[in-house]
Design a protein around this ligand. Structure first.
Ligand SMILES: [Zn+2]
Length: 96
C-alpha cells in the first residue's frame, strides 16, 4: 500500500509512506497522517546487519557484529518492521 505525498497545514510536504504490511492495531488518520506510532518510524529504511543463524538484527555499529561469522551474516537495507515480520529479533546490545 502506498500513501502519496500530500500537503499538511504548515505547507510542508509529508514524505510518501510505504506500508508493506499494515500493522494490526496501528490506527492511521489519513486526513492528518497521524498514527499511534511516530510517523518517522513508519516505513523507515535503514541498514541493518542480520545474523541469520541467531535470527537477530543489529545496527552496523554494534560491537556484536564483528563476532558474526561471515557465513551467518547478511547486510540488510530496509525497514525494521519488515525484519520483525520476517521473524528477526532486535539485538539486546545495540537495541536497533
Ligand atoms: Zn547488536
Amino acid at each position: 500500500m502506498t500513501i502519496e505525498a500530500y500537503s499538511v497545514e504548515d505547507g510542508d510536504l509529508a514524505l510518501a509512506v510505504y506500508l508493506k504490511n499494515a500493522q494490526p492495531g496501528v490506527m492511521i488518520d489519513y486526513r492528518t497522517g497521524n498514527s499511534s506510532q511516530a510517523p518517522t518510524q513508519m516505513g523507515k529504511v535503514e541498514i541493518y546487519v542480520l545474523n541469520n543463524h541467531t535470527r537477530k538484527f543489529h545496527r552496523p555499529s554494534c560491537r556484536a557484529v564483528k563476532d558474526i561469522k561471515q557465513s551467518n551474516r547478511d547486510d540488510y537495507y530496509g525497514s525494521r518492521d519488515d525484519l520483525l515480520d520476517m521473524g528477526y529479533a532486535p539485538c539486546m546490545i545495540c537495541d536497533p
